[in-house]
Write a protein that binds this ligand. Structure first.
Ligand SMILES: Nc1ncnc2c1ncn2[C@@H]1O[C@H](COP(=O)(O)OP(=O)(O)O)[C@@H](O)[C@H]1O
Ligand SMILES: [Mg+2]
Length: 353
């Protein structure tokens, strides 16, 4: 079964040109497909162009050139009333929730439905939505009475009021603590599964992408510099920025600093090498370390180990000092590569090689 494309960016450019200022190329020749049922992560640092890119989906932002097709229609070609209908198919949630402070939770969620459904229908729908996001008991509360996580649940319920097919999440978890972030991401994943909702998840947190996304694109200076399935991107990142983002999910920066201070690492002998091993899935089942000694008489001193789960597939990173005859180490590393393990020599920050 081939996947149905719900959003297509075709060579899209957005250039902001203000008087007396240099033009900003916020979106730079982006072509991208999002399929039905995807949770598509778009990750990049602040200013990369992520928000501008997703605002093209509901035509809050017009492309300077290129086209954006959503659910079969070129957005720029729609009449005002067609655009209004189309936007109802595209929900959006934000970092700062954008709730109306003077209205109750129920009224906030009901807001997009005013004038479209009867009072009774709205009441029914709001009750369903609040149940869906786990806030049935807070219908009469005001936003100020809720925690950040609860406010985002209201934002999600409101975004789902018009039964959208696509949900855009623009840094929706960036103002939340880690535990609340996990619960909101789990809710998005649940909605994706239960409702078949297609989600575009904009974030600067690779951790969020790792938790729920099926596909990832990395943005830098307006351009998509790398893309792929979650597993491919984590297992074989090509761009330095992608590698940096992945390393943030295991706090590798601070880990390397700690490792660098260890005497064993500062005074590596001629028969020792500091190596990072990265593996996905099946390789994990191999008793790698034991094999290195049994077959090549190379011992491994593990300085750091991190095993995470990516879509239920183990993803492992080890930093080890390998000790053995130089030739044996070389053969051992080749064996690891043949087993599908990525082998990287570790450079110690500030240290000699
Ligand atoms: N309306 C606008 N007018 C001028 N420049 C803008 C506008 N919106 C965004 N930009 C610029 O476009 C670039 C990308 O911004 P944005 O899409 O908000 O990035 P991100 O969401 O990744 O942080 C930034 O340099 C930003 O300053
Ligand atoms: Mg943004």
């Amino acid at each position: 079964m081939s996947a149905e494309t719900v959003i297509t960016f075709d060579d899209v450019d957005v250039v902001f040109k203000e008087k007396k200022k240099e033009a900003v190329h916020a979106v730079d020749h982006v072509s991208l497909d999002v399929n039905r049922g995807d949770i598509y992560g778009i990750v990049g640092y602040s200013g990369a162009g992520k928000s501008t890119l997703v605002r093209l989906i509901n035509l809050l932002q017009r492309p300077t050139s290129g086209s954006v097709t959503v659910l079969g229609d070129d957005m720029a070609s729609l009449s005002a009333s067609e655009l209004r209908d189309k936007r109802r198919k595209i929900g959006m949630i934000f970092q700062h929730f954008n709730l109306m402070a003077s209205r109750t939770i129920a009224d906030n969620v009901a807001f997009p439905l005013r004038g479209i459904k009867s009072k009774a229908e709205i009441k029914q729908k709001v009750a369903e939505l609040l149940d869906l996001v786990g806030l049935s008991d807070r219908a009469d509360a005001y936003p100020a009475e809720l925690s950040g996580g609860q406010k985002q649940r209201v934002g999600i319920a409101r975004a789902l009021a018009s039964d959208p097919e696509v949900l855009i999440s623009d840094e929706a978890t960036s103002a939340l603590d880690p535990k609340t972030t996990v619960s909101i991401l789990n809710l998005l994943k649940e909605l994706n599964t239960k409702l078949g909702l297609t989600i575009v998840l904009i974030t600067h947190q690779m951790e969020a992408v790792k938790q729920i996304c099926s596909r990832v694109a990395v943005m830098e200076a307006g351009a998509v510099i790398e893309r792929g399935s979650l597993l491919d991107i984590f297992a074989h990142p090509q761009q330095p920025l992608t590698k940096d983002f992945i390393d943030t999910t295991m706090q590798l920066d601070s880990t390397l600093e700690t490792i660098a201070k260890q005497p064993a690492v500062q005074n590596l002998g001629p028969n020792e090498r500091l190596i990072r091993l990265t593996y996905l899935g099946d390789s994990t089942d191999q008793p790698i370390i034991a094999t290195l000694f049994a077959k090549y008489q190379v011992t491994a001193n593990i300085l750091f180990a991190d095993i995470q789960s990516l879509q239920d597939t183990p993803f492992g990173n080890l930093i080890v000092v390998l000790t053995g005859e130089a030739a044996n180490i070389d053969t051992a590393l080749q064996f690891l590569k043949d087993e599908g393990v990525t082998v990287t020599a570790v450079q110690i920050p500030g240290g000699k090689k």
